[in-house]
Design a protein around this ligand. Structure first.
Ligand code: HEM
Length: 118
């Protein structure tokens, strides 16, 4: 069967989601604070790769592990949930249906324990 990556529209859609997500983060004072020292060009590249692989696309993830990247940031549950909300908005604006958004969240959910309270 077609991958979720193909179903949502492939690379163009993944790039749109990522651009929307970066935009959402930039307008959220609490979450933006985490990214103040981040190289956004790198973040964009790695996030696209990560999203592509997570949804079954034909990409290679060349970034660091979710544990390594989020370690030391002391991300709490509230800020984690806010970030997920920003990602959901980014996906909705890129045209993903609710079921498609939920399938993405289901794939990302097991990674939560590597990002939170580390
Ligand atoms: C929703 C699940 C999340 C996913 C899939 C995700 C994914 C990623 C990816 C792929 C990178 C780039 C890795 C690299 O550069 O090698 C990254 C970096 C980063 N993430 Fe997340 N992330 C998530 C949640 C969060 C949350 C909740 C926060 C903070 C509230 C956060 C803050 C950051 C920051 C600040 C960086 C850049 C770190 C740096 O400057 O080196 N992320 N994330």
């Amino acid at each position: 069967p077609e991958s979720l990556y193909e179903e949502i529209g492939g690379q163009a859609t993944v790039e749109a989601i990522t651009n929307n997500f970066i935009n959402e983060v930039s307008f959220n004072e609490t979450i933006y604070r985490y990214f103040e020292k981040t190289n956004i060009k790198r973040f964009r590249e790695k996030f696209i790769e990560h999203f592509c692989v997570s949804t079954g696309g034909p990409c290679t993830y060349t970034g660091d592990t979710m544990l390594k990247v989020h370690q030391g940031q002391k991300i709490n549950e509230t800020d984690f949930n806010t970030t997920v909300d920003l990602l959901v908005s980014a996906m909705a604006k890129a045209g993903l249906t609710y079921p498609q958004q939920n399938r993405v969240l289901k794939v990302l959910a097991p990674m939560r324990s590597d990002m939170i309270y580390k």
